[in-house]
Design a protein around this ligand. Structure first.
Ligand code: FAD
Ligand code: UDP
Length: 372
């Protein structure tokens, strides 16, 4: 007899399992149809012994002290500032676009005021910027948009940036300085022993039973429970009754190379060449020392496992219908990136799960999140 059946052992499901068991002494069964915990953040050692992220690069970053402190009870951290280069016009330049990007690309020696004047001259005002194209063209003009954003976005989403919400490209701002970090959040770190180790600690509690290789539909009539927490795709839960919500899929091609270093940066983006969007070399992220190195190529696909909700107006309208249905199903709580159809980072999913727990528990936020 369980108090909660939790579907999905990613961040959303695992945070709720932890809080319900440790804070409220509830009995929890958490199931995942994959053969492992961790959801998309799962990492493991490959055949060569290199720590890799099976579902693409995951870098933890947040501005929330609450979320960072909460996760810190389950892991030590390795400070890590992520850096990305883009392969544009036959050279590797910093992305997000900063002062060095422009100077290297155009052979200039602009200073910060010079960069501002340069971009003000080429920018095309879009007021207000409504689409993913508008955001970039409004900030840096058509030429830089075409070099860095149009091709990458078309590959990644299978859509032109003019068909996507502004929030998609707004994730990658312009930097009016020489800061070449991908993120500027207050907390940026990797779990010292990997994400799967962090999840193992979260779920290691006598009140939490983990069942892998199991779709919840196989067991939901076999086990007794009071309430369900669902973190899979919301349209799938409701048998696609209003039609399918579009999710973008990825195919990952992992490789190991028998040399210590493969490329000059942790991630290299390819906006214009090749069918893949980016190549990640994991040892930069994890700090592991090893004679070999492992990398992953990401090939966007229309079919396959769902990875990204696709932010555009039609999809938001369809999601609203599923959201209304979810609101009429009070015994099931929907949380996480797939269940609430939101392009959320890990920390945002942790925050969303803590908010749901606070509501379920009736505790004050501080008490709900407090380490017991
Ligand atoms: P998930 O991790 O998807 O977990 C849901 C789980 O539910 C899955 O394990 C699934 O198997 C299971 N499930 C679904 N349906 C069923 C069912 N019927 N029965 C049983 N189990 C089921 N975020 C960052 O902060 N930094 C990054 O650098 C970053 N990089 C990313 C790179 C890629 C390629 C991708 C795709 C995402 C990235 N993210 C990143 C986002 C991050 O992966 C998510 O925010 C986070 O993992 C979402 O957690 P979740 O619990 O909502 O979903
Ligand atoms: N993007 C781009 N060129 C780049 C990097 C990003 O066009 O070199 C766009 C693209 O649409 C991408 C979005 O900005 O999907 C967000 O990028 P981010 O790196 O945050 O994507 P994620 O890590 O979520 O895949």
């Amino acid at each position: 007899m369980f108090d909660y059946l939790i579907v999905g052992a990613g961040f959303a499901g695992s945070v709720l399992a932890d809080r319900l068991a440790r804070r409220l002494d509830k009995r929890v069964l958490i199931v995942d149809r994959r053969p492992h915990i961790g959801g998309n953040a799962y990492d493991c050692h490959d055949e060569a012994g290199v720590l890799i992220h099976k579902y693409g690069p995951h870098i933890f970053h947040t501005n929330s002290a609450e979320i960072f402190d909460y996760l810190s009870q389950f892991t030590a951290w390795r400070p890590y500032q992520h850096r990305v280069r883009a392969w544009v016009d036959g050279r590797l330049v910093p992305i997000p676009i900063n002062l060095d990007t422009l100077n290297e690309l155009y052979g200039l020696s602009l200073d910060v005021p010079g960069m501002k004047t340069f971009l003000a001259t080429v920018a095309e005002k879009r007021d207000p910027p409504k689409t993913a194209e508008d955001v970039v063209v409004n900030g840096m003009g058509r030429e830089l948009y075409e070099k860095f954003f149009r091709g990458y976005t078309r590959k990644q989403w299978g859509l032109d940036p003019s068909e996507l919400d502004a929030q998609v490209t707004a994730r990658v701002p312009v930097r009016f300085n020489r800061d070449d970090r991908y993120f500027t959040d207050a907390y940026q770190a990797m779990p010292a022993r990997g994400f799967t180790h962090l999840f193992g600690n979260m779920l290691d509690h006598p009140n939490i039973k983990v069942m892998l290789n199991t779709d919840f539909r196989e067991i939901r009539d076999e086990v007794a429970y009071d309430q369900m927490i669902f973190t899979g795709p919301v349209d799938e839960y409701f048998d696609y009754q209003f039609g399918r919500l579009p999710y973008r899929c990825l195919e990952f091609k992992h490789e190991t190379h028998h040399r210590p270093v493969f490329q000059a940066a942790p991630v290299v983006n390819y906006p214009n060449e090749y069918a893949y969007t980016r190549v990640t070399e994991f040892k930069y992220l994890t700090g592991q020392e090893h004679a070999s190195t492992s990398i992953v190529y990401e090939f966007p696909r229309a079919e396959g496992d769902p990875y990204y909700p696709i932010p555009r107006p039609d999809n938001a309208t369809l999601y609203k219908r599923y959201e209304a249905l979810a609101a009429q199903t009070p015994e099931v709580h929907f949380v996480g990136r797939l269940a609430t159809y939101r392009y959320y980072n890990m920390d945002q999913v942790v925050g969303q799960a803590l908010t749901l727990f606070t509501k379920l528990s009736g505790l004050k936020r501080k008490e709900a999140v407090a380490v017991s």
